[in-house]
Design a protein around this ligand. Structure first.
Ligand SMILES: *Cc1c(COP(=O)(O)O)cnc(C)c1O
Length: 403
């Protein structure tokens, strides 16, 4: 592993070797060098942010097939913007009241099995979640967690959208949910924050009829951590823009770009909206544009091979340790990249998985491995955010606790 001094060493803050994948709390992903270069150039002069959002919108539209697009300060931020757009539309009065929704429709219907911590971002706009269905798939009886009719039944005059968290295992299928929602004139918002690669997924959910689709700019796209992409119908992107852009403007000379906002359709100038705390700067916008351009050009096959061969290093280093078994989990399913699943037998190994994973985190540098499976005495090594050298270092450190 390279001994190069990092900015974190200079600051006296322990640096992290990331074997856990793209996790926000340990820095997400490494931003692409071409995005950094674009950002530093962006920092040298001024630009009207709405003009830059139009350029981003054109690119997002091109790569997703959506009518328009917008950049917020993360996928979670874009979820708040999407909910705000679904609630307010072009109504300036509602825009200025949010998150107060007294007396106005504000419900987002979501299958209960799709609910997750990130939907707080919908509620932040003032939305109230109405969840339907239950957890029946786990009974193993063959019955479904959510039946399509339950979504149809929950849609009322108070519904502003149907929320959908996209994972390969999400049910009911998106196309069914879209059909039900559209029958009742309600848009579908898809949280697809971590669903690329595959690159094709940029357009998959729009193709299936979703009205708004959200991706994180800081995961595999490797743009700035503080970016997210909202792709969707022009009417919602317009509403999101109006509630996000800085609105301290003089109406007499306000000429917003017509690609995003048609001033003639509005009763006046909205005030600073619910999205204003989610601002992105010119540097992030330019960085996201550069990263997205690179992401769609990237050769996914080459990257997959690189990930697999990095895990070969891991598997070789961890072979023949008492109480340790490893297994390769294929990528492209729940996780975008393949992973090595390491199981520690607490009876025969020198330490158990919890002690091992906990100790690795207290080292200098800190080592983070995937900790979702600690209850089953397992942890994972994800190759996405490692170099080969770091992969070797991580496994060497793991061995030191087990030999
Ligand atoms: C990561 C993630 C988010 C949040 O993305 P940010 O860009 O960090 O805001 C939202 N939803 C899901 C399902 C995610 O995996």
């Amino acid at each position: 592993m390279s001994d190069k001094t990092t900015i974190y060493d200079e600051l006296g803050v322990p640096r992290v070797i990331n074997a856990a994948g793209t996790k926000t709390r340990i820095g997400g992903s490494l931003i692409r060098p071409e995005a950094i270069e674009a950002m530093s150039q962006a920092a040298e002069s001024f630009v009207r942010l709405s003009d830059l959002q139009v350029r981003a919108s054109e690119l997002i539209s091109e790569v997703t097939g959506a009518e328009a697009g917008y950049v917020g300060s993360g996928a979670a931020a874009c979820m708040t913007l999407a909910a705000a757009a679904a609630i307010a539309g072009d109504d300036l009065g509602v825009m200025s009241r949010l998150p107060d929704t007294d007396g106005i429709p504000d419900e987002i219907v979501m299958p209960r099995t799709h609910r997750n911590g990130y939907d707080h971002a919908f509620r932040a706009a003032g939305a109230h979640m109405v969840d339907v269905g239950n957890n029946d798939n786990y009974l193993g009886t063959g019955s479904n967690s959510t039946e399509p009719w339950e979504i149809a039944d929950a849609i009322t005059e108070n519904t502003v959208a149907v929320g959908y968290m996209q994972k390969v295992y999400s049910t009911p299928l998106l196309e069914e949910v879209v059909e039900i929602a559209h029958e009742q004139g309600v848009p579908v918002i898809v949280d697809a924050a971590a669903e690329v690669p595959p690159r094709e997924n940029l357009s998959t959910f729009i193709d299936l009829g979703a009205d708004m689709v959200i991706f994180s700019g800081g995961k595999a796209i490797r743009g700035p951590q503080t970016t997210g992409i909202l792709a969707g119908k022009r009417e919602y992107i317009r509403s999101a823009a109006l509630q996000h852009l800085d609105m301290h403007v003089a109406e007499s000379v306000w000429e917003p770009p017509t690609e995003l906002i048609n001033k003639a359709d509005l009763n006046g100038v909205p005030r600073q909206g619910i999205g204003r705390p989610l601002k992105v700067g010119k540097e992030e916008l330019v960085g996201l544009i550069a990263a997205l351009n690179s992401f769609v050009e990237e050769d996914q096959e080459t990257l997959n091979k690189e990930w697999e061969s990095r895990l070969d290093i891991v598997d070789t280093e961890l072979a023949n340790l008492v109480g340790v078994t490893t297994q390769r989990e294929p990528g492209g399913k729940v996780m975008v990249a393949p992973e090595t699943y390491v199981e520690i037998d607490p009876e025969t190994a020198k330490v158990d998985a919890v002690e091992l994973v906990g100790s690795l985190r207290t080292e200098t540098p800190r080592i983070f491995v995937g900790s979702d499976d600690l209850l089953e005495d397992g942890f994972t090594i994800n190759p996405m955010c490692l170099t080969d050298e770091e992969a070797e270092y991580v496994t060497k450190r793991i061995r030191s606790y087990l030999e």
